[in-house]
Design a protein around this ligand. Structure first.
Ligand code: ASP
Length: 596
């Protein structure tokens, strides 16, 4: 029997016709001599009817069917009786009277129901991922991913970008994470690194004259997995020669608009808004602002430096800041206990508690209100924060980093709790003009804010090139694209001159020798006429997750790792045979001691 159509596509247009369908048994209802089967395939579900009248042998087959058996059937499409019509399903007006049926595969009872909204552990779902992926919501996610990928290819092809693959077994590209290493059998003690991104290769392709490159590239970073991270993930990676940031942003916007149209049928407004990194940090305390709601951070340092309240005045005196957000109607929304809980939470950002004031008809109320009895000061605070009676003011007083982290967290958390976010909106935003370097408090040194190949702003080049200036003051030609408060991707104009690249490595703490040892091939390449170039990469998994409206990127990846970097289906990573290790010249230290 040759399939004539999909189960999920059988509708009233086919009434009177014979169809051959293949798929899985979703449900079986036995009414004695009359058996109903819901048959499921990738397009949906249709109801099959078995009875002696339509097919005696077929009825016998139906008798043996259980959930998830794979069958093929031949039958006639008929209209359902009026009272049996199900308007919610495409196939709800019809059913198929089965003449012939055959079991193609039997099935054990699955460990969970093959349906949406199941309540089972992630690991069980991942262990039986092939069953999990049979569930309609998972099939929708994977199909959405496919639509997005097709849109990406079609967009880049239309713009004459060239899809070029870059190696998976390569040398490490520093994107700030730990590398996954692959031992070489031929050169014991030497290792390939799995790429954290194709960064250097795409730049080398610019040097090779392929002036517009793109790739849907797999990247690998050995990081602790939180939230949206996976050890291997996919980037929409692109690079262009002779382009300025605006041209790269324009191409990116075109790409996003095409994806939004093809995948969701949504038109997006172009161009996207732009905000400098400095402004974003000042107004939102983060470089990934969610601009779908207000409650922006207001700087009260000037006002607070003279107040009686030591916590505030000394923060400013010590070179820090006092900032606040005003929660609309917040005076009634949060109890003292809630606010204490917030205070406890923000200690993880280094905050020493949370100061707050409620705005009432007769001034402020709350434990620190007594310090703010002065009318003039109160009016200044109200003017600056635009707070009204009934609002709640939340303060942070500390160095700029603590203040930013504390208030940006509270801003988003409260907006979520109070349903202040219009979830139907897609708010795209460019964050531009980043600092070139970032001070890493844990490492206690400067790191590249984007990556070491990022070009400083032209007017800041002197900070890098003049030996007696501080390179860490430079700003960069880099940009991130933000969607709804999450970083979707980022990129930059790259350094295409050897002298600048060498200075960049130097500013990052490389000696001439160590830069040469790690990046000599790349520096040499820059000796041979590299065009000015730049590009960007978008995290595909996160993009799909947002468009598919899923909470976890695992739901948009067919075979992801769990939160402990394990793939429960195959049990990777797993020990290997001693012989395999010997071939690689690898000796695994006996860490039984550690396990005790
Ligand atoms: N390689 C960068 C990254 O993975 C993106 C880029 O600069 O194009 O973040």
């Amino acid at each position: 029997m040759k399939r004539t159509t999909y189960a999920g596509l059988v509708d009233e247009k086919l009434i009177g016709e014979e169809v051959v369908l293949k798929g899985w048994v979703q449900k079986r209802r036995d009414l004695g001599g009359l058996i109903f089967i819901d048959l499921r395939d990738i397009k949906g579900i249709v109801q099959l009817v078995f009875s002696e009248e339509y097919g005696e042998d077929a009825l016998k087959v139906a008798d043996q069917l259980r959930g998830e058996y794979v069958i093929e059937v031949r039958g006639k499409v008929v209209a359902r009786a009026d009272k049996e019509v199900n308007d919610k399903m495409r196939t709800g007006k019809v059913e198929v009277d089965i003449v012939e049926a055959k079991i193609l595969a039997t099935a054990k009872t699955p460990p969970f129901y093959i349906q949406d909204d199941i309540n089972v552990s992630d690991d069980l779902r991942l262990k039986y991922r092939y069953l999990d992926l049979r569930r309609p919501e998972m099939q929708r996610s994977i199909l959405m991913r496919n639509r997005i990928i097709q849109a990406v290819h079609s967009f880049f092809d239309s713009q004459e970008f060239i899809d070029i693959e870059t190696p998976t077994l390569t040398k490490s590209t520093p994107e700030g994470a730990r590398d996954y290493l692959v031992p070489s059998r031929v050169y014991p003690g030497s290792f390939y690194a799995l790429p954290q991104s194709p960064q250097q290769f795409k730049q080398l392709l610019m040097g090779a004259g392929f002036d517009k490159y793109y790739q849907i590239a797999r990247c690998y970073r050995d990081e602790d997995l939180r939230g949206d991270r996976q050890p291997e993930f996919t980037q929409i990676d692109m690079e262009m020669s002779f382009a300025d940031p605006e041209e790269i942003q324009e191409v990116t916007e075109g790409l996003i608009a095409k994806v939004m149209k093809d995948a969701l049928g949504k038109e997006v407004q172009l161009p996207f808004a732009k905000m400098s990194w400095d402004e974003s940090m000042a107004r939102f305390g983060t470089d990934q602002p969610d601009v779908r709601f207000g409650m922006e951070l207001k700087d009260l340092s000037e006002i607070m430096k003279n107040v009686d309240f030591k916590v505030f005045s000394s923060a400013v005196e010590n070179g820090g800041q006092v900032k606040a957000i005003a929660v609309p109607g917040g005076a009634d929304l949060y109890s003292r206990k809630d606010l204490d809980a917030f205070g406890k939470y923000v200690e993880r950002f280094g905050a020493k508690g949370l100061a707050w004031l409620k705005v009432t008809d007769d001034g402020f109320s709350g434990p620190i209100a007594k310090f703010f009895g002065d009318d003039a000061v109160r009016d200044e605070i109200l003017a600056k924060t635009e707070a009204k009676v009934g609002d709640l003011l939340l303060f942070a007083a500390d160095n700029s980093r603590v203040v930013a982290n504390t208030l940006s967290y509270l801003r988003v958390q409260i907006a979520k709790e109070q349903n202040m976010i219009d979830e139907s909106k897609f708010a795209f935003l460019w964050i531009v003009d980043w600092p070139l370097f970032d001070y890493d408090v844990d490492l206690k040194r400067y790191v590249a804010a984007h990556h070491p190949f990022t070009m400083p702003n032209e007017e800041d080049l002197h900070y890098l090139m003049n030996a007696d200036e501080d390179p860490h003051k430079a700003y960069a030609q880099s940009y991130d694209i933000i969607l709804n408060g999450l970083e979707l991707g980022g990129g930059s104009i790259r350094i295409h001159r050897r002298d600048i690249q060498e200075k960049m490595f130097e500013a990052l703490g490389f000696t001439k020798e160590s830069a040469e040892a790690q990046f000599g091939y790349f520096l040499n390449a820059l000796d041979y006429g590299f065009p000015p170039h730049g590009g960007l990469a978008i995290g595909l998994d996160r993009f799909v997750r947002l468009l598919a409206d899923r909470d976890n990127i695992r739901d948009v990846i067919a075979f992801p790792k769990n939160s402990k970097a394990v793939e429960p289906l195959t049990s990777a990573p797993a020990p290997v045979a001693t012989k395999q290790l010997e071939d690689l010249g690898i000796f695994v230290a006996d860490n039984d001691e550690d396990k005790k």
